[in-house]
Write a protein that binds this ligand. Sequence first.
Ligand code: ZN
Length: 237
Amino acid sequence: MKHIGTFAIWYDTAVPGWVAVSDKQQQSFGSGAKGEQEATRYALREAFPQVATAVDHLCTQYPEATSRAWAAAELLVLGHVLNPDPAEPDEVARVRSQRQAKHQYRPLRQPDGTLACDCPDFERGGLALAGEAFTNQLLCKHLLAYWLACHLAWPLSRVTPTPLHPKRSHAGRFRGRAVTAVGQNNRHELVPSVAAAQYANGQPVLPAHLTHYKAYIAYTQQRPFSQEKLFSWSLGR
Ligand SMILES: [Zn+2]
């Protein structure tokens, strides 16, 4: 049995099939993986309509993202998207594995500004979306869960991340980040030149994202806080 908001989802042998049950309603679905998927998505839509709307919006533009996007929504509402370890400056979040409760994946900011994840899906190449907003950015359900959290301003769970093995913790860490402070007072600051294009959090803007970046500034008269913020805005238009 699993719980999504006020819904409990389980396989009911009397139906037979997957059911999503809350104190107010019960809905039956088919059997097998498809029935479970339908029951889960039904509960997500009922219990977390804002999350479902964001997923629908993404999937309308990128149908190939559908299975990962719904899996990401589930990770998010189950509280599996955790704060990054403050001792790990390149980590943007931790995402608890659904299959192995104790395992956490690590979405990381790479030196080129893109995000990476250490899960098998990402390491196999993950999902590449055709849209300009995701140029050079491969995705997995953990990165999509992080993206959804950013998009929805969803509070990340405050669970102490599992400490990494010391060796792993220092491997491949990006040391070149100069600015980490939040630019609180630069709401109306225009960026003087494209060459120095930078998000308000100090992250450089990738050449592939400059069109969106400039459109954002033209529209809002301020620079986006981060790449996630820019993606979120681009997709929401
Ligand atoms: Zn991943």
